[in-house]
Design a protein around this ligand. Structure first.
Ligand code: MG
Length: 323
């Protein structure tokens, strides 16, 4: 059965630029797509690429959409090449929404329970005060980007943050692959002795897999891979090479949701699901996967709506009034 296919590119500014060790991020660019079935049923999907993370670029995704006809076959959705993982996610999740297979929870806009999400703090000293309003909103897991400033400076802020955060709070550190070996060891020593760190994410660059495996054996603080496991092919590779720590999965760029389900279930992966600053459309599809596949009650990394100025739903309705 063919689907009618429409798409709209978008460009959305962050309320303030987002700093990571990959650089500063000012706009989120993506594409919203809509599939319509022969009986008029619709499903939305979102392409939210993150090319510095290993997905296709926004332009490549746009080229892909532009060369598709206005009517596409079911087979087209399942034959999108692995080089376009954000497109695979968007088309398959739009189809899932349209067909209700697998079943979609009744509430179209489920209330976000902050307890089940981790909230992203700004890098550097700003974190010391930014956690408080988020705590009041109910967040108990916080994520803080490190490897943005020199380690001694950040370690000092880390100790202060630990002293100010109330005891039930959990802290996740994310180095985005930006730590040298010596610094990574220093950080893990600090984490082991404070005990409030849920995990350290991607301490070393992607090409230093063996060194990260070594760190995971050396310290008791959990390690998570993120940049190393951006796509399903990379997840499979790291698993084969012996990684049994946490996998941070960004469904929007991981590729085909049906293949992702198969991989996580087959290997009983300890996964944390995470946002790539997609809109509510991509987020809902990603959260469905998180609800299906998370273990250990790990908070999902979707506490990011405070990084955009406008309300998500209003913004989407402006982009696509029938949404
Ligand atoms: Mg990360």
């Amino acid at each position: 059965m063919p689907y009618r296919f429409e798409f709209r590119p978008y460009r959305r500014p962050f309320q303030r630029p987002l700093q990571t060790s990959h650089g500063t991020w000012v706009f989120r660019e993506g594409i919203i797509l809509r599939l319509t079935g022969s009986a008029g049923q619709v499903g939305f999907g979102e392409i939210a690429p993150l090319s510095w993370f290993g997905s296709e670029t926004f332009e490549q995704a746009l080229d892909f959409c532009r060369q598709l006809p206005a009517e596409i076959a079911e087979a087209t959705i399942f034959s999108i090449p692995p080089a376009l993982p954000a497109c695979q996610f968007a088309f398959e999740s739009a189809r899932e929404t349209l067909t209700g297979n697998p079943p979609i929870p009744k509430s179209r806009h489920p209330t976000l329970n902050p307890l089940t999400y981790s909230a992203l703090l700004p890098a550097g000293e700003a974190a010391l005060s930014a956690w408080q309003p988020l705590w009041q909103q109910g967040y108990r897991t916080f994520k803080w980007k490190i490897a943005v400033a020199p380690a001694p400076e950040e370690l000092q802020i880390f100790h202060r943050l630990n002293q100010t955060l109330p005891a039930p709070a959990k802290l996740r550190l994310d180095a985005n692959g930006g730590l040298p070996w010596e610094d990574a060891n220093q950080w893990l020593q600090a984490c082991d002795s404070c005990g409030a760190v849920e995990y350290l994410e991607q301490p070393l660059p992607v090409d230093r897999f063996d060194a990260m495996l070594e760190l995971s054996n050396r310290y008791s603080t959990h390690l998570a891979l993120d940049e190393s496991v951006a796509t399903l092919a990379q997840m499979q590779d790291c698993f084969l090479k012996g990684w049994r720590g946490i996998f941070v999965i960004k469904p929007a760029i991981a590729g085909s949701p049906s293949q992702l389900r198969r991989f996580c279930r087959q290997h009983d992966i300890d996964a944390v699901f995470s946002s790539v600053f997609e809109t509510a459309i991509g987020r809902q599809a990603a959260l469905r996967l998180s609800a299906e596949l998370s273990r250990h009650n790990r908070a999902a990394g979707f506490g990011v709506s405070h990084w955009f100025g406008e309300d998500d739903e209003i913004w989407l309705e402006n982009l696509w009034p029938t949404y």
